[in-house]
Design a protein around this ligand. Structure first.
Ligand SMILES: Nc1ncnc2c1ncn2[C@@H]1O[C@H](COP(=O)(O)OP(=O)(O)OP(=O)(O)O)[C@@H](O)[C@H]1O
Ligand SMILES: [Mg+2]
Length: 347
């Protein structure tokens, strides 16, 4: 991997604490928004991507979400199509994990055919490949592998990883665990293949250096995982922001997750609160339920301030509709970062 040029300090504009967090750490080029389901991770990822691109940075926003939520928010069919250009400097990519699993299966089949000099994969082994692919570990590995490909390629100034909900995200971020999964999977495959060797031996024409081949694969994978985990858990280069909303349960879960992240040594860059109902509404004629929600949110916002203090980098109001399409995304970007263009990008 090549060492990429770090943007000059002060190159980013923006007037909010979140903008400052990125501006003050130009070396942090891997940006993630984490949080429970449906709180605004994709919205903030897209808004951040649009904002950074408007600042003149080359940006890739990507996800492994089979729900294709980047396609929804950008109103473009992105899923499984590689990096798709959205605007100047901005690309979006949705990884089709299913396709990667199929490719991976095919790879295994080919290996078995080559190894044993067969023309056709024996039914027993095909059954095994099918069963193994249904395992979550296989999906995780396929996804993880594609993320590694993207990040290691190093074609962009900023990578914004639009994460799946928290529990899952934690899995990707605890790279040591992913690494173990990989090794376990390969070891398991290796053991299974020994079991099947007896079956295959009958059909085998010549024995190849199976041990060497698998070992070489293990070492290759180890190299890739080390490269990726270095990046993703790198305090210098990764910015991880929590998205939350002012509700008690979310607050409890977010605190718990933050503790867990600290344990995994994932550097938390700060917190952004979404869907805050503007308090000035309370001075108008509004229904009681809305008034009650404002009071409830006020209490939670106080609590959020007590818990996270100056790590709270932004409050985004409840908007009148879903965030889809560039104009709405730009609006959220302005709410998160302040004015869309900096002097630097205008120059
Ligand atoms: N401030 C807001 N005002 C109004 N709607 C919002 C706001 N923020 C997010 N939304 C809407 O809420 C829904 C969920 O947001 P989003 O998809 O960004 O959440 P997510 O955390 O990515 O969800 P998931 O966990 O499913 O990936 C979307 O329809 C989005 O447009
Ligand atoms: Mg999402």
């Amino acid at each position: 991997m090549t060492i990429q040029e770090v943007p000059a300090p002060g190159a980013l504009g923006g007037s909010t604490p979140l903008a400052a967090a990125l501006r003050d750490h130009p070396e942090r080029r891997y940006i993630m928004f984490g949080g429970k389901g449906g709180l605004g991770k994709t919205t903030f990822s897209a808004a951040t991507a649009v904002w950074l691109a408007a600042q003149g940075k080359r940006v890739l926003v990507f996800s492994v979400d089979p729900q294709a939520s980047l396609s929804d928010i950008f109103e473009r069919d992105i899923f499984g199509k590689g990096p798709v250009k959205i605007t100047d400097n901005l690309w979006a990519q949705e990884i089709d994990a299913d396709r990667h699993i199929k490719e991976y299966q095919q790879e295994i089949r080919q290996k078995i055919l080559d190894m044993y000099g067969l023309d056709e994969v024996p039914q027993e082994i095909e059954d095994y490949i099918q069963a193994a692919s249904a395992e979550p570990a296989m999906e995780e590995s396929a996804i993880f592998d594609s993320v590694v490909d993207i990040v290691v390629a190093g074609d962009y100034d900023y990578y914004i990883y639009d994460l799946v909900p928290l529990g899952h995200a934690l899995y990707y971020l605890s790279m040591a665990k992913v690494y173990d999964e990989w090794i376990a999977k390969i070891t398991r495959l290796r053991e299974e293949m020994r079991e099947y060797e007896e079956v295959a031996a009958r059909m085998r024409r010549q024995k190849e250096a199976e041990e060497d081949q698998i070992l070489a694969e293990l070492q290759y994978i180890r190299g890739r995982i080390n490269a990726a985990s270095r990046i993703l858990t790198d305090r210098e280069r990764t910015a991880f922001f929590f998205v939350l909303i002012p509700e008690q349960m979310i607050l409890v879960d977010t605190s718990a997750a933050a503790e867990l992240f600290a344990k995994f040594d994932v550097p938390v860059g700060g917190y952004v609160v979404n869907r805050v109902i503007p308090e000035e509404l309370g001075r108008q004629e509004i229904p009681a339920y809305l008034r009650n929600r404002i009071v409830m949110q006020r209490g939670e916002l106080d609590q959020i301030e007590r818990l996270f203090g100056t790590d709270v980098l932004g409050l985004v109001p409840e908007l009148e509709r879903d965030v889809t399409g560039l104009p709405m995304i730009e609006r959220v970007a302005t709410l998160l970062y302040g004015e869309a263009r900096s002097a630097a990008s205008a120059a």
